[in-house]
Design a protein around this ligand. Structure first.
Ligand code: ADP
Ligand code: MG
Length: 166
């Protein structure tokens, strides 16, 4: 199996000056997400991982004309799922994962292939992280400022960020 150009890992940095900037980016990226997309949300507590996930979920529910629910942080349930037209969003917070076997028990391995997955504390997945995953790392640079680094397969990254493909 050869490595095509599409497999090259690329990186982008986006400065998010306010929570609204983060919501706007999440809605724009979220609109492009499809089954099999996996976003790994990293960064310290309070960095904005859940804020980003919430904005993705709420904007996709709204664009499918579904009631916009509260999106609680899945701190204790580990996983919350949301039904869209034809695809589910899985929002996971693995901070309290006690054993790697739980990842399989939660159904996450199947969800990585079949759903849109947003995973906080993905380091808990260890070797279970699939190669197509897109990494989003939030750095706190001020009270309302966050610096976001996105990494992943070049083609998918460009598509999610709606960069000109010509
Ligand atoms: N630019 C920003 N982007 C996202 N959140 C921000 C930003 N500036 C301030 N915040 C605040 O930081 C907090 C992030 O909390 P949360 O998303 O729960 O963090 P995490 O899930 O990473 O622990 C929220 O209170 C949010 O309003
Ligand atoms: Mg969180």
């Amino acid at each position: 199996m050869g490595l095509g150009i599409a497999d090259i890992t690329d990186e982008r940095r986006v400065e998010l000056d306010t929570p609204e900037d983060t919501s706007r980016l999440a809605a724009a990226v979220g609109a492009r997400l499809r089954a099999g997309d996996l976003l790994l949300l990293s960064g310290p507590i309070g960095a904005g991982k859940s804020h980003f996930a919430r904005a993705v979920i709420q904007s996709r529910l709204a664009s499918d004309g579904r009631p916009v629910e509260d999106v609680p942080s899945p701190t204790f349930t580990l996983v919350q799922t949301y039904a869209l037209d034809g695809v589910e969003i899985w929002h996971a917070d693995l901070y309290r994962l006690t054993h790697p076997d739980e990842v399989e028990e939660l159904g996450l391995i199947d969800a990585f292939d079949n759903a849109i997955c947003l995973v906080e504390w993905p380091d808990r997945l260890g070797p279970l992280i699939p190669p197509q995953a897109i990494g989003l790392t939030f750095d706190v640079t001020g009270d309302t400022q966050r610096s976001l680094t996105l990494t992943g397969p070049a083609t998918r990254l460009a598509a999610l960020l709606q960069e000109d493909q010509t």
